[in-house]
Ligand binder design. Structure first.
Ligand code: BGP
Length: 478
């Protein structure tokens, strides 16, 4: 669909930026914080790029005022950040740590003073190590109660000031990389365990949403799903089936459960045939249905392209975590689909397809299938940035990337999609889980690398000034 002219962004639209606790805070054992699975996992030899970890990260915990001052200078309308469960409950449950709660009080109050809407993610992967040791984290239904209690503590404490909440960040990624590829904690490769843990994560998500209704009745809540809309590699009927397989197993499988409380039939039949389907106990479907979100949170980085894959075809592949272009290997699910490179798209140095129109596709598909408003909770470009001798960063490629994605959002809004907010990933540079510090995403450069923390100086990139202007322009328009 072509449009002769585009609708403006609504005046309430929130242009923002995002982060996650483990990737920015550092201060890993300060003020009573307990260890998370990421504190432990990153210390195991060979798990991350150059053995990087978030012990110091970009020291946001101790430089929060400076970082919020930069957000205020930029004119951000919203800032999405996550709360570290282990700052609130150092061992996951039991005794609450007041110092941890107080830190986020200060952050929220400061944001509000600057008219920046706080958007809180309750879970961005840093599971308390104590709960992993006690019952295996998401592999036990005991987590449902502990997670709900933790969420209720947050809703009660901050619900008067925070009205935008994200439950689980990218359940598909933390469960997939944790239990299929063995690349995230707990480093397991077992599909049956993966789908079982995934089902428990759905229940935890739904329970937390249900209790939110009582505690913050005027707030909005939803999960953030990592949505890579799938394209068929060509118009061969077998490619279309492969595309449908991938869209259903990778995407509907998650979003259908969030919204309707039911797994899609064909994906479930496939899992049953493979002997890896989750056990849906009596009462589970009711719990899932009672946890319908207010919006779908979408983290969009790239689309995917697939062709048919025979039963003895390719399975798990190798990820590029070095930034050496072309080092991603072939992958797929035998019998269902094979991931292909899209010849019409450029890729980043980490082999992620650059596809702004894919965001419009994602927004339209979600709107059509689920009829929910959408918050784009992450989108951005991870690249090597260069600090010039004059202390500047000319990241024109990032400006190009983000501006093209924003154009596509505007087209989707004109198409009729209800988009509430757009958060770039990320505000400052930060630690990439598996890719160290060299894969940078921020508007603010942090002067550190894998081996040297230096002084962690904050330096505004060219994109900082560009996004600032863009926000001001849209504010005047709306
Ligand atoms: C998402 C995560 C973020 C962030 C981003 C970039 O999956 O929610 O936490 O890390 O991806 O990914 P990467 O750091 O692998 O480049």
């Amino acid at each position: 669909m072509y449009h002769a002219s585009l609708n403006p962004f609504p005046s309430t639209f929130l242009f923002g930026s995002a982060s996650a606790a483990y990737q920015i805070e550092g201060a890993y054992d300060q003020d009573g914080k307990g260890p998370s699975v990421w504190d432990t996992y990153t210390k195991l030899e060979g798990t991350t790029f150059k053995n990087t970890n978030g012990d110091v990260a970009v020291d946001h915990y101790n430089r929060m005022e400076e970082d919020v001052a930069l957000m205020a200078e930029m004119g951000l309308k919203t800032y999405r950040f996550s709360i570290a469960w282990t700052r609130i409950y150092p061992t996951g449950a039991g005794e609450v740590n007041e110092a941890g709660l107080a830190f986020y009080d200060r952050l929220i109050d400061l944001l509000l003073q600057h008219d920046i809407v706080p958007m809180v993610t309750v879970y961005h992967w840093d599971l308390p190590q104590a709960l992993m040791d006690k019952y295996g984290g998401f592999e036990s239904r005991q987590i449902i109660e502990d997670f709900t209690t933790y969420c209720e503590t947050l809703f009660t404490r901050y619900g008067d000031r925070v009205k935008h909440w994200i439950t689980l960040n990218e359940q598909n990624i933390f469960i997939g990389l944790g239990y299929r590829n063995g690349l995230h904690p707990p480093g397991v490769k077992d599909l049956k365990r993966m789908y079982a843990a995934n089902h428990i994560a759905f229940l935890a998500n739904a329970k937390a949403i249900a209790s939110f209704r009582n505690l913050v009745p005027d707030g909005k809540i939803g999960p953030s799903f990592a949505y890579g809309p799938i394209y068929p590699a060509d118009c061969k009927p077998e490619s279309i089936i492969a595309y449908e397989n991938a869209e259903e197993l990778n995407n509907h499988f998650y979003m259908d459960v969030y919204v309707n409380g039911e797994y899609p039939d064909m994906a479930m039949k496939y899992l049953e045939r493979e002997g890896i389907a989750p056990t849906v106990e009596p009462g589970d479907t009711e719990i899932l249905k009672a946890g319908k979100p207010d919006f779908m949170g979408v983290n969009y980085y790239q689309s995917g392209t697939v062709s048919a894959n025979p039963l003895d075809g390719v399975g798990e592949g190798k990820m590029n975590t070095t930034g050496k272009k072309g080092t991603t290997s072939a992958s797929g699910v035998p019998g269902l689909f094979r991931n292909e490179r899209n010849p019409h798209l450029e890729t980043t140095n980490w082999d992620w397809a650059i596809d702004p129109a894919g965001l419009r596709v994602a927004l339209r598909r979600i709107h059509n299938r689920y009829k929910l408003p959408i918050i784009i909770s992450e989108n951005g470009l991870g690249e090597f940035d260069k600090l010039t001798e004059n202390g500047e960063v000319h990241d024109d490629y990032r400006i190009d990337y983000i501006s093209k994605h924003i154009d596509e959002i505007q087209k989707a809004i004109t198409d009729g999609v209800d988009v509430l907010a757009y958060c770039t990933w990320s505000f400052t540079d930060l630690l990439s889980w598996l890719n160290g510090y060299q894969k940078r995403y921020g508007f603010v450069y942090i002067d550190r690398d894998e081996t040297d923390e230096k002084e962690l100086k904050r330096i505004k990139k060219k994109s900082f000034y560009w996004y600032k202007d863009l926000i001001a322009r849209h504010a005047n328009e709306g």
